[in-house]
Ligand binder design. Structure first.
Ligand code: SIN
Length: 537
């Protein structure tokens, strides 16, 4: 049974810290918000790991924005809406594409490594973009270049208190507002109440719900789960995007092979050596991600194989090495030569489209709580995210959050600083480590087999029941982050399943074999959840 606080404090009184703003998470959304907010406010950035341990850091492809001469915000808008399969929030997309170019140019001022040729920005092609639009840095190391630049910017003014290796357990609420967050220092087992007038969730996605994911092990859906417990609305949880070209292996995380490779002309081949996307989508291998994944699933079923091939062997080897150094060297280490070998690939969980529902200022439905980046559901992605729109979303909406903080903090500061909070008291023994580890593993296998690229009522019902049994088998979390992560994974997983079950159609990244068509009459709408008021909305 979900309740507002997962935490049960012992008799030891938690200590308190006070800020104007706390930012939880250190990907592009969190770093951008922290850098901007610290110009005016007392800010802490809390992350459960080290700053660089984020999905942003792993991003290869780049940032989509209308920066090229043949491009315009209108074209970018049209492509985003088309990819989104009827569910994009058009107002949010307008903002994304219109404010995006300026935000990316500002980023380039602090991140000099964006790739240029003769002074001009090099823009890549990716799936479902009608023109080359993706700016990239260090070839295919955009995420690490951008994250490092933003981290330097955050640290240079040293106005942000950075708290690494501190696990945020719950949001604090008082009088119907979010007034900060409670964190756990895993070393000492001590809890801290971090009071803040405004809290920005930037905790990233939930790829660890699945066994095969490109997301790092920290991507456990903590932000969505804690926002839900605190009473914020979450939505679009059924839309989990699978990336077509994860390297076929059982590594965790799965190594991603960027879509930009197909943008440079790499093919997808089946086991007969045929380019199976030709004739399926006018853009062939560069069709929208959901279209490519759907056909890959069909091809794999037909051949009885668990993978297909990405083939770049016809492309210039020098170009591949220069443009994709990260992919080239990583594959080499794993025994593949990108210039000579067909690379085995399979669709793999990559991105949580849903999340904490926000408005165009990044505000959740809980006053004082903002969300940015993958944890947020701004509506810009609809049912299928356009490639490389995610880093852009973090940049644009964190900037808007920072602009909005001025009015919110001025108006809410006194109220948010009111009374002390009573945390529930209780037993903190937790479940044995072995049970926590085995349940996490079982959940990942269950989600991959029943709630992956293809879903059905039978599989979803079975998954929901098993998740319920897993929840019942666990004690309340103790003082280990792994226990809280597992509770969060279970909360997120159950909402993915519930939403996937309710949505009796196939749309974007939700593919139901028992409802194979898109049903605009009944389902051109969003599914939202809120604690104690669950149901379609
Ligand atoms: C990629 O490089 O293919 C990933 C880009 C994205 O997911 O937007």
């Amino acid at each position: 049974m979900t309740r507002p606080y997962l935490l049960a404090a012992t008799d030891r009184e938690p200590r308190s810290r006070f800020y104007d703003v706390i930012v939880i998470g250190s990907g592009i959304g969190g770093l951008t918000a922290a850098v901007g907010a610290a110009r005016q406010w007392k800010v802490a950035l809390i992350t459960k790991s080290v700053l660089r341990d984020t999905t942003t850091f792993l991003a290869q492809g780049g940032i989509a924005a209308a920066l090229g001469e043949q491009d315009s915000p209108q074209l970018h808008f049209d492509d985003t809406i088309r990819a989104g399969a009827g569910l994009c929030n058009e107002e949010a997309v307008e903002i994304l594409v219109n404010e995006g170019p300026a935000r990316v140019r500002e980023l380039m001022e602090i991140c000099p490594k964006f790739d240029r040729a003769g002074g001009d920005l090099v823009l890549a092609s990716e799936g479902a973009h009608s023109v080359p639009r993706v700016a990239h840095a260090g070839g295919d190391s955009t995420g690490s270049e951008v994250a490092s630049a933003l981290t330097r910017a955050m640290q240079s003014g040293s106005r942000v208190q950075v708290l690494e290796n501190e696990f945020v357990v719950d949001l604090l609420t008082s009088g119907g507002r979010c007034v900060g967050a409670v964190s756990l220092d895993p070393g000492s087992g001590a809890f801290t109440l971090n009071y803040a007038t405004a809290t920005v969730l930037a905790t990233g996605g939930c790829g660890q719900v699945y066994s095969l994911t490109t997301n790092p092990t920290v991507a456990t859906g903590d932000g969505v789960a804690m926002a839900y417990r605190a009473g914020a609305t979450i939505g679009d949880m059924e839309f989990v995007q699978f990336h077509p070209t994860g390297l076929y292996s059982d590594e965790s995380p799965i190594f991603l092979i960027t879509e930009a490779l197909r943008g440079e002309g790499a093919y997808l081949l089946n086991h007969a050596g045929e380019r199976f996307m030709v004739g399926i989508d006018p853009q062939a291998e560069l069709g929208p991600r959901d279209v490519v994944v759907k056909e890959m699933v069909r091809q794999m079923r037909e051949s009885g194989q668990e993978f297909l091939f990405l083939d770049a062997t016809h492309l210039d080897c020098g170009m591949l090495q220069e443009r994709f150094p990260n992919v080239y060297h990583n594959l080499k280490e794993k025994g593949y030569d990108l210039c000579r070998d067909r690379i085995p690939v399979a669709p793999v969980c990559h991105y949580m489209i849903g999340g904490v529902v926000t408005d165009i200022w990044g505000r959740s439905t809980l006053p004082g709580l903002y969300a940015s980046g993958e944890v947020a559901s701004t509506g810009v992605h609809g049912a299928n995210r356009l490639a490389s729109n995610s880093l852009l979303e973090g940049l644009v909406f964190s900037d808007r959050i920072v602009r909005h903080l001025d009015s919110y903090i001025g108006q809410a500061r006194d109220e948010a600083r009111g009374g002390r909070l009573e945390l529930p008291r209780g037993d903190r023994t937790g479940s044995p480590d072995s049970l926590v580890a085995s349940t996490r593993h079982s959940l990942q296998k269950l989600m991959s087999s029943r709630v992956g690229t293809v879903r059905s009522e039978e599989g979803l019902m079975a998954a929901l029941e098993e998740i319920g049994t897993m929840e019942e088998s666990l004690a309340s979390p103790g003082a280990d982050p792994e226990q809280y992560e597992l509770a969060n994974l279970l909360t997120v997983a159950s909402h993915i399943v519930k939403a996937a079950l309710l949505r009796e159609e196939s749309r974007g990244s939700q593919l139901r074999e028992d409802y194979p068509s898109q049903d605009d009459i009944n389902w051109k709408r969003h599914l939202n959840f809120r604690l104690r008021e669950e149901g379609g909305g």
